[in-house]
Ligand binder design. Structure first.
Ligand code: ZN
Ligand code: ZN
Length: 418
């Protein structure tokens, strides 16, 4: 079996891995890197050289370049129905924002979604000599790990977490007996705060601000994080008004409809009943006119309605902006966090509202990664990807020194035979 890393190696973004068994050529993910001014793509791979593309989950760094394969070809893609459904929304939105730089159009997105082969957790498909199974990755609803059984066995974790959250129960564990594992290493250097205490601390601070007459803006990614925050508030019986805006509502409706993917189904129903849906400017003004929580994309304040709310509450000392995810350097979210300034287009405001960060993550932290890797034998080969070089290398050293495993953090363009 040969493995070639086409993107997402020694970096986060544009994930793409080409796996060749004796007979089959399978591409695992084909994402984009959301770099400025234009997104970047993984190395090129000719569609005629592929038997199938497997998409692990609906984040642009895993699916953003996949419609390329529908340009003049009927590529067979495999993903869960949820990934196709959310992927459709994200790819169309991506076309609106960055269409000028993209080598495909809405027609290709439509083809990808329409012709995609749907697979479920625990299911196995056969592609030439390869048996491919799909394992719950616990990252976002519909996310999978990929297990390939051919001349050798290979596990690709995709993005995963073993931590239970309000929406998901955490990743299922693949069989221990495997020749090679390709693992994400996003948080190989960092442990996440204990989930329950993080939740409690977040809800307590939200309560304090709202009871003091303030408004709390929670900029959150539309997919999964917004709904997770809704559920956290509901779980602690938060009774004050909660407003949800933007694409997060579309995604919420899909989660409610395809609820077999949601572990905390009942809680999500309750939370959905509690919220006020913001679908007009009038409603937006209403949200801002009373002590409330406003959950709105984008998570790093890069566009989306969140930036409109942020401008409104920036100078109000009683109000707060609570960031609930990692903030990429140089995004408005990172600048807000580090310098207490709201910078966006012409706008540059000194922020008087409270700014805090709560790291709700959907990736495995350092300890979870270590525990996950301990399960495998010492003759396994580990490839650490989807991380900054320091993080990937750190995980590699852990495997070598503590587990006696052969490990590497490949660079883009490198090929390995296992
Ligand atoms: Zn992801
Ligand atoms: Zn990712």
């Amino acid at each position: 079996m040969e493995i070639e890393f086409l993107g997402g190696a020694q970096e986060v973004g544009r994930s793409a891995i080409l796996v060749k068994t004796r007979e089959a050529k399978i591409l695992l993910d084909y994402g984009v890197q959301l770099s400025e001014p234009a997104p970047s793509f993984p190395s090129h791979v000719a569609p005629r050289d592929l038997d199938a593309v497997i998409l692990t989950h609906a984040h642009l760094d895993h699916i953003g370049a996949a419609p390329i394969f529908m340009l003049n070809n009927n590529m067979k893609t495999y993903a869960t129905p949820m990934t196709y459904k959310i992927g459709d929304i994200l790819l169309r939105d991506f076309l609106k924002l960055a269409g000028y730089y993209l080598p495909y159009e809405v027609l290709e997105v439509r083809e990808l979604i329409k012709k995609g082969v749907e697979v479920g957790y625990g299911e196995t498909v056969k592609i030439k000599d390869a048996e491919i199974s799909f394992i719950d990755a616990g990252h976002i609803p519909g996310s999978i790990q990929v297990w390939i059984n051919a001349d050798k066995t290979l596990l690709y974790t995709g993005d995963f977490t073993t931590i239970k959250t309000r929406l998901l129960k955490g990743a299922d564990l693949a069989p221990k007996d495997v020749d090679a594992v390709i693992i994400e290493s996003t948080y190989a250097l960092e442990d996440h705060p204990e989930r329950k205490s993080l939740e409690r601390e977040f809800v307590n601070r939200v309560r304090e601000v709202v009871e003091g007459g303030g408004r709390v803006l929670v900029p959150a990614f539309s997919v999964s994080r917004s709904q997770e925050i809704m559920c956290v508030l509901e779980a602690y019986n938060f009774n004050e008004p909660v407003y949800v805006d933007g694409m997060a509502l579309k995604v919420l409706d899909i989660y409610l409809e395809m609820n077999e993917y949601i572990d905390g189904r009942q809680l999500l129903y309750q939370a959905a009943k509690h919220i006020n849906r913001v679908t007009s400017n009038k409603k937006r003004r209403q949200a801002l006119s009373e002590p409330s929580v406003i959950i709105s994309p984008a998570g790093m304040l890069k566009g989306g309605p969140a930036i409109i709310y942020a401008e409104e509450i920036a100078e109000d000392e009683r109000s707060a902006i609570f960031l609930v995810s990692f903030q990429l350097p140089n995004t408005p979210g990172a600048i807000l966090l580090n310098e207490k300034r709201l910078v966006h287009g012409e706008v540059d405001i000194k922020v008087k509202a409270n700014v805090e960060q709560y790291k709700f993550s959907s990736h495995s932290g350092r300890t979870q990664l270590h525990q996950f890797l301990k399960r495998f034998n010492s003759d396994v080969k580990i490839f650490a990807i989807h991380g900054e070089p320091e993080a990937s290398n750190n995980l590699v050293n852990f495997c070598r020194e503590n587990l006696g495993q052969e490990a590497s953090s490949p660079r883009i363009g490198e090929k390995y035979v296992i």
